[in-house]
Ligand binder design. Structure first.
Ligand code: GDP
Length: 139
């Protein structure tokens, strides 16, 4: 099934100049870019985006981190794009992530783990429109 999912290249990866490498992996895996933007999230936007984690102990720290610098947000499309992007990303904790995954290669720790990806169709349906309107999606 063709799907669209949300990718975020997180602040520490953008700061370290890794956005190009990560986009290259995305396109090399056959996922199509339908929209792409550099965003400086406000605190309110970060809190709203991660609202599902509001009760988790790391919520405040996560929001603080996500506003610490610009992020690159992208809408990706392809066959099974949601699961395929999660596979390319690797496990949440870079120390546990499989070799060759983005988080293994570029993540620093369980919080500063380089990238975000929608974890289900329902999540993608909320997260893509959080950043992109229908008019922003090319193709
Ligand atoms: P994901 O779907 O793999 O991104 O993982 P989650 O949805 O569980 O968590 C969302 C984000 O919160 C992760 O990508 C990390 O940036 C951060 N995070 C998750 N677990 C922890 C944790 O135990 N401690 C801290 N500090 N951050 C975490």
């Amino acid at each position: 099934m063709r799907e669209t999912t949300l990718a975020i290249i997180k602040p520490e990866a953008v700061k370290r100049g890794l956005a190009g490498d990560i986009l290259k992996r995305i396109q090399g895996a056959g996922l199509a870019l339908r929209a792409l933007r550099l965003v400086g999230l406000s605190r309110a936007q970060a809190e709203a985006f991660y609202d599902v984690h509001r009760e988790r102990p790391f919520y405040r720290s996560l929001c603080e981190y996500m506003i610490s610098g610009p992020v690159v947000v992208a809408a990706l499309e392809g066959e099974g794009a949601i699961a395929r992007w999660r596979e390319l990303m690797g496990a949440t904790d870079p120390a546990q992530a499989a070799p060759g995954t983005i988080r293994k290669d570029f993540g620093i720790d369980i919080e500063q783990n380089a990238v975000h990806g929608s974890d289900s169709a329902a999540t993608a349906a909320r997260e893509v429109p959080f950043f992109f309107s229908a008019l922003d999606l090319v193709g």
